[in-house]
Ligand binder design. Structure first.
Ligand SMILES: *Cc1c(COP(=O)(O)O)cnc(C)c1O
Length: 447
């Protein structure tokens, strides 16, 4: 088994978690609530595991972010990173809040269109866009493609000429800046697969400017995710600004800079990435360039808007060690703890459970993998069989990463909005798991 990840601070208590998660409240009668709706009422009706998203939190955070940009005197277009949460209702809420979309596949592009996001507000990122995906981008007439390699540039140019279209292109550069985040979500250091190497960017941009079918408009960057400090952004954007200046000195026009996403949230006690600080850094490093600015936030907007509800299947005692609390949610639902060693707060739904005496327990799912662990030796209120909990901050990189491993149907999804709530995707049926599968005749009826 993996060594428990150690933190220098004790696990936050329920009270401390609620202080850093004001979108949730604990009512003495109704227990844990989201926008005035008791989460246990949703669990009663819909069952668990179940994702719950708060529309109000999404709107508030989208506004907070655009407000910070405006306060800094910036005109920035915001493209929500659809990979963080691609549910149509979520995309619709964010579209109405004024966000466009940053997509990384044909599926995401079509989802964004389906949710009513105009093509003119869609940018396409990603290191391996297929020919079919680039054709779709051209046919839809999306705003821009962020190109990640010389090879992709040639392919896109040829396809654009063939389709008699012109596509706006930003070159995604790899600034070789360590975002100081988890290795699996760092994208801006030399040697990882993202972007054009720093010292090749200008030559490639010059080449792009001469290619038919594309309009080289500027540069894009995305250095990683869950970034809490200003320094990595500042270092990366300073390099970006230098590149823009060098490009102009070489006689080439630059009209757009895409700053990427990556602003982090407070999962445990790390504090939340500040939109004001981010906006200030963009202003300081890129504000004087006279370019169209864009950002691609994902996690910061969506993660705190969601929880995953789950029920304790049983407690399993282990002599001399912390007991296992086995939940009915698992790594197939929420992958982040297994994939990134991510820490997610776990809060009981019932007001009584929330104030139970604390114990140290290891919280796991029922999937047949040791990695199916939500929390190693976590201090939290004692949870009995049947107790229900909310796993916090699952609104981004939660439901989108689910699988049906162990033939576990996809969990239900619920949207809460100012006292109302509605199932926005019913729990998948077990039959649906094999609906597309066939057994060839020669296997069913051997001659
Ligand atoms: C994932 C991603 C984002 C969003 O990152 P967050 O950390 O969720 O803000 C933005 N841009 C690109 C290119 C991405 O791959």
């Amino acid at each position: 088994m993996a060594e428990p990840i150690s933190f220098s601070t004790p696990d936050p208590t329920v009270r401390e978690l609620l202080a850093t998660h004001p979108q949730l409240t604990l009512d003495v009668q109704c227990g844990l609530m989201m926008e005035g709706v008791p989460l246990s009422a949703i669990a009663d009706e819909v069952g668990t595991p179940c994702w719950v998203m708060s529309a109000g939190t999404l709107r508030a955070r989208a506004q907070r972010l655009s407000g910070a940009m405006m306060q800094a005197g910036l005109s920035v277009s915001s493209h929500f990173a659809v990979k963080a949460n691609d549910h149509l209702a979520i995309l619709k809420i964010l579209a109405k809040a004024g966000l466009g979309a940053d997509v990384v596949s044909a599926g995401e592009l079509l989802r964004a269109r389906r949710a009513g996001i105009p093509a003119s507000r869609i940018v396409f990122s990603g290191v391996g866009k297929t020919e079919a995906e680039l054709r779709l981008a051209l046919a839809e007439g999306i705003a821009q493609v962020n190109v990640e390699s010389a090879e992709e540039l040639e392919i896109l140019s040829a396809l654009a000429v063939e389709c008699r279209r012109e596509m706006t292109v930003l070159l995604r550069v790899n600034p070789d800046v360590d975002a100081g985040t988890h290795a699996k979500i760092t994208t801006g250091v030399a040697g990882n697969k993202f972007g054009v190497p720093w010292d090749e960017a200008l030559a490639l941009y010059r080449h792009a400017a001469g290619l038919p079918g594309i309009r080289a408009a500027g540069y894009a960057m995305h250095i990683g995710s869950q970034i809490l400090a200003a320094a990595p952004f500042r270092a990366a954007y300073a390099r970006l600004a230098a590149l823009v200046r060098a490009t102009r000195e070489a006689g080439l026009a630059v009209s757009a800079v895409d700053c990427g996403g990556g602003l982090g949230i407070c999962y445990r006690d790390e504090g939340e990435g500040s939109p004001d600080v981010w906006a200030g850094v963009i202003r300081a490093e890129l504000g004087d360039l006279d370019v169209r600015l864009a950002i691609e936030p994902g996690r910061w907007i969506a993660a705190p808007a969601g929880v995953l509800l789950s029920t304790v299947v049983l407690r399993k005692a282990v002599t001399g060690e912390a007991p296992f609390i086995v939940l009915d949610a698992a790594m197939n639902d929420l992958l982040r703890p297994s994939l990134y060693d991510a820490w997610h707060g776990i809060v009981p739904l019932s007001p009584r459970d929330a104030v139970a005496a604390a114990e140290t327990a290891t919280i796991v799912g029922p999937v047949c993998e040791s990695g199916d662990t939500f929390a190693q030796e976590r201090v939290l209120p004692r949870l009995e069989r049947g107790a229900r909990v909310a796993v916090l901050d699952t609104g981004a990189y939660g439901a989108v990463m689910s699988s049906t491993y162990n033939a576990r149907p996809l969990a239900a999804e619920v949207l809460v909005d100012g006292g109302r709530w509605s199932v926005i995707r019913p729990r998948q049926s077990v039959e649906a798991l094999w609906a597309g599968e066939t057994i060839p005749d020669w296997i069913k009826h051997p001659a």
